[in-house]
Structures are given as C-alpha cells and as structure tokens.
Write a protein that binds this ligand. Structure first.
Ligand code: GLU
Length: 609
C-alpha cells in the first residue's frame, strides 16, 4: 500500500485570508463566487452541489464536450469538493437522453457484493443482525465500486473526449484546493469520531486532528495523483491495477489509527472482484403521466419503478382540479402504497424475479388507487398488492416496513448544445461512506452494502433485498428524465436514501399538477410518506396552511430526529438536495437547484440569457 505523502501531498489545510490568497498564491485567489441556485440560458447547463464541479462541467461543455463528457468532469470534481457523497470509491446510476437517437438510455453502476459475500454476512455468530453503525464503519459494508467504470462506459457511448481529458478539471481542483465552507465543515464534524479511527482519513480530513476551518483551502494531491494514474492507465488502474490493490488492502487490513477504539470488521473484496466488475446497460423504466413520458432507473434501483407506480396511482385522480389538501392527500397515499410494493418485490433482477411490467401497469395502479379513501388516510404499514392479480380493490391488511437506508448522496444534471441530457445520482452511501480513505489515494470507500436488509423484512414472504455474492443492494436512487412530445422537458433527481423517491415524485407533482415553476417545485417544503405510521416532513411543511387539513384526514407528521449523541452536532431535518433542468422554447434551458438545503446548489449555463 502506498504511504500517504506527508508534507506536500497530504491534503493540506491552509488557513489563508483573502488578502493572503491574492498575494501569496495567485492560483488560489480564484475564490469561487457565491452559489447560484437558478440559471437560465443556452448552449448547455449544469446543476451540481459545488461551484467547482459546476464550473468544471461548463468548461468541458464550452470546449465542445457532450453532456456525457461534462458529467464525467462534474462527477470527478465532486470527488474532490464533495468527497463525502461522491467519488471513485462509490457507485450510481447514469440516465442519458441521446438527442441523435431520441431515446433515453441508462447505465447501472451500482456497487456489487464481493464473491465471498453471502446472505448472513451482516449477522453475528448467533444469527442476529449487526448493529447498523457497526456495519457502516467497517470493511464489510464496502461494495465493489462502480463510478469509475460508469464514467468510462458513458464516454464510450456518448463522449467526444477521453477519460484523461475529462479528469483534467478535477485534477486541477485537487491540486489547487478548494475553499472550505460551513457545510463542508459541518459534514466533517458529523463524521469526526469515526474519521478519527482511521489514520488515512484523519490525515486527509482532520489535519492536525482538527476540523478544517471555514475559509481555509483544502488540497488533495493524493487524489490528483490517483486521477493522473487513471488518466495514464485507464480504468484498469482501479479494476485490477495498483489503485485496486490499495483499495483491497484498505478494506481488508483497515488503516486504523494507533488510538482507534473501534473494532471494525474487515471486508471481503479481492482484486478478482474488482477485475470482474461490470456496469450494466439497462432499458429505462417508463410511465406515461398526463401526456408526459417519464423515464427512470430500473432495478437494481427501486427508484424508477416506485416513482412510476406512484405517478400511475396519482394519475387516477385529477390532482390539478382538486383542492390542495385533497391533492396532497393523494400524493402521500400513492407513495405509501408504492413503498409497500417496493419493499416486497424489488431487488437486484439478477437474483430476484421483479414483476416490473406488472408493477408499472395501469391495471395495477387501479388496484392500488382504489384503496385510497378521500376522507381518511390509510394505516401503515399497508400490505403490498398483487401485481399479477386483478384490478379489483383488495383491502389492505398489514404489511412490513422498509429496511435501513442512509440519507446522503448527490444528484446532478447536465445538458449540452446538441440537446443531450444527463441525470446522474451517485453516492458512497452514508455521508462519509465507510469512513475509510484508501491510504495514499485520497478517496473514501463506500458502505453501499448496508443498503441490503440484514435480516428478512417480509414476514413469511421472501425478502428481495438480502445480501448474496455478486448481488447489487437495492437502491432508491431515481435519476429521472421526462419527455414531452418526444423532446426533453425535465431532468430531476435528489439524494436522500429512500426519501429520494418521494422527493422526485413531489417535485414532478409540484411542477406538473400544481403548476409551480421548477425552482418553486424544488424549493417547496417536502413530505415523505414511505409506508410508515408517520410521514416524515420538513419543519416548513408543518407551517403550510394545508397541514391542518391533512391532519384532519388522519395524517401524522414528524420531523426527522435531529438529536445526536454529540450535542454540538446538528443533524439537518431537510429532505433531499434536488437539482433539475427544464427545457424551454427555442433551446433555452432553466437550471435549478436548492436555494438552501445542504448549503445550496450551484447552477450554471454556457451562455446566460
Ligand atoms: N444508498 C442510497 C441508495 O442507493 C443512496 C444514498 C443516500 O442518498 O442515502 O438509495
């Protein structure tokens, strides 16, 4: 394993004032401008989490890159500036509208379980499920990463430039560093205890044992070198080469700090697992919703089917004509029902016979929609429906709840001058992933395998999401592209674990049924009903004038528990961090992200209006 370079190359935190920056290091005077949540213009657009990643994408678009080229530049740069939710240590789902072929395609770049994994891997000797935090900060939760392979696959299919070309902006940002903001510091703080367990992670993100100061510059020359190595040798540097060897070592012989208190469980990934990793080209899911064509991600993600089923149920009602309370009631009931079906039927299709067609059929939507009582909320957990049954109204008995899922990843969108569109959600699962930085390589490893259910959740019925060798854990990621009359209309997505699905549905509902603009649809307060007794809401949702009416129908609302073992840590009650594009007349694009959630998004266009 490479030793981290101690002086010049360990990510250095240099507390510099603006004046100091300007005088001493001209390259660093380039402090990013304030984030802009909305942009409008022509020639292509990017909305991502950080200013640097959006700029990287716009630079590639300006040089003549396609949306796929720019997406790789954005994703690689997020690996530097948003390293707790992105990077080559993770996986994700890439949805692409190909303007030449007028079709939507997808790439499944989900992490896989090593060949040595099995159904009991997340249980102890007595057969009891491991405690979730134990599994999260461990080698065991690390799946074989898929992001780098996804980038190469996207470029092979739709790129004009090489991987090396598209990594260049990220290498530059990793070398020069980026300015720490309050969000980055807070996210580091939430991870401080577990990051301190690993010497490599501590050196990278807690330099000198402390949190990086707001306004200081973080550099990651190890990651710059890693990207350079990939630029030289291609993706095999990770999938079988030297970076892969270091990855295997890191998850097996954990780089524990001398004073570590954790006894983490080693992982089972081998170099052969990395060599065997393949992305999968999949057909997108498709539903028609009020004359629009909504395309999403098929399993291994549950996103496309669950968003699609929810919309199919909602389409049974004329939501635009109902009063707001009645419309919101149907939105909440639709996702409640769709989640019961998700939990029962969806898993990796290489292992589970997912009844995708039936789940997305109008017949099934009728069966489910007729359970919605206009005057009374259903009692969760509701039972799953029978996708192969009749459209008859089957009364809901009780069902089972969902398993574990984290709450943090990133979603970004890109379009180009030719009209191609990317909607890409990628992740290392938990904020900070497994907490393990590969020593000397500058990136965190995922804990994606903790998206499996550790023990059966479906009573006497089979659980589609138990671990197995080579299996992909069920995801909720829902990168979505919507066409109108065969042309791109919207691209949206969000992080947020299982709340991703409801966030995407709610944004589409806000935009299409309630007539909000895309920025309004994204900014609006969120509510997430996932077949639970209470609906998770943001504090601002409670203050809406519609909320008492919903409560009168029997909806119970709860804000996420924001308490933490460490009283100085504030867990955010926000749901999701969405980004989207809307394609207007005459080639104009409206790029919109979050005004405030998780520090806000960065939207930009090639030629502002
Ligand atoms: N691991 C999650 C999923 O695949 C995504 C990460 C998150 O946002 O929680 O659904």
């Amino acid at each position: 394993m490479r030793a981290p370079r101690r002086f010049s190359s360990v990510l250095s935190v240099v507390a510099l004032t603006a004046a100091g920056l300007a005088g001493a290091t001209p390259a660093l005077a380039d402090t990013p401008p304030a984030k802009q949540a909305v942009a409008r213009g022509f020639g292509g657009a990017v909305v991502s989490d950080t200013v640097e990643s959006t700029r990287a994408g716009l630079a590639v678009l300006r040089r003549g890159g396609t949306a796929a080229d720019a997406a790789v530049a954005v994703a690689a740069t997020l690996g530097v500036t948003d390293p707790y939710v992105a990077g080559i240590g993770g996986g994700g789902y890439f949805v692409f509208y190909d303007a030449r072929r007028h079709r939507v395609f997808t790439i499944d770049g989900r992490e896989t379980t090593p060949a040595a994994g099995d159904e009991r891997m997340f249980t102890d000797a007595a057969g009891n499920p491991l405690a979730f935090p134990t599994a999260v900060t461990s080698g065991l939760g690390v799946g074989v990463p898929g992001n780098l392979a996804t980038w190469q696959r996207a470029l092979d299919r739709w790129g004009r430039f090489s991987l090396a070309d598209n990594l260049r902006p990220a290498i530059d940002v990793a070398d020069r560093g980026f300015v720490v903001d309050a969000t980055f510091r807070e996210q580091t703080r939430q991870n401080q205890t577990r990051f301190a367990q690993f010497s490599s992670t501590r050196e990278l993100f807690l330099p000198g044992g402390a949190l990086p100061e707001v306004g200081s510059v973080l550099r990651n020359p190890d990651l710059a070198d890693t990207y350079r190595e990939i630029a030289r040798h291609g993706t095999r540097a990770l999938y079988g080469g030297a970076i892969g060897r270091d990855t295997v070592t890191a998850q097996r012989d954990l780089p524990l700090a001398p004073d570590a208190t954790l006894v983490p469980i080693p992982g089972r990934m081998t170099l052969a697992d990395l060599r065997a990793y393949r992305t999968i080209d999949r057909d997108p899911t498709h539903v028609a919703y009020r004359g629009l064509d909504v395309y999403g991600m098929a399993p291994s993600s549950s996103g496309g089917i669950t968003v699609g089923e929810s919309l199919n149920i909602m389409e049974r009602f004329d939501l635009g004509r109902l009063d707001r309370v009645s419309a919101l009631h149907r939105y909440l009931e639709a996702t409640r029902l769709a989640f019961a079906d998700r939990n029962r039927y969806i898993g990796d299709p290489a292992f589970v016979d997912v009844p995708q067609r039936a789940l997305l059929s109008d017949r099934f939507a009728r069966q489910r929609a007729c359970l919605i009582n206009p005057a009374q909320a259903l009692t969760s957990p509701v039972a799953p429906g029978d996708p192969n049954g009749s459209a008859a109204c089957t009364p809901a008995s009780s069902g089972a709840a969902a398993g574990n899922e984290g709450a943090h990843t990133n979603h970004f969108v890109v379009s180009d001058r030719w009209g191609n569109v990317v909607s890409y959600t990628n992740t290392i699962e938990q904020l900070g992933g497994s907490g393990i930085v590969v020593p000397g390589r500058g990136f965190l490893l995922n804990n994606e395998l903790t998206d499996f259910n550790f023990a059966p959740t479906q009573g006497t019925a089979p659980d589609p999401n138990l671990p197995a060798a080579g299996k992909r854990p069920r995801s909720s990621m829902s990168p979505t592209i919507v066409l109108r009359h065969g042309q791109p209309f919207l691209a949206v997505g969000s992080p947020g674990g299982a709340t991703i699905i409801t966030t995407v549905v709610q944004i589409l509902f806000n935009r299409v049924d309630l007539g909000m603009s895309l920025p309004e649809a994204i900014a609006a307060p969120r509510a997430s009903q996932r077949n639970a007794a209470t609906t998770q809401v943001e504090p601002a949702f409670l203050a809406l004038p519609t909320t008492p009416g919903l409560q009168a129908l029997g909806h119970a609302f709860a804000i996420r528990d924001t308490s933490s073992l460490d009283p100085t840590i504030r867990i955010s009650p926000d749901i999701g961090v969405a980004s989207g594009l809307e394609f207007l007349r005459g080639g104009e694009v409206l790029a919109a992200g979050e005004p405030t959630r998780r520090g806000g998004s960065s939207a930009g266009v090639v030629f502002p209006r």
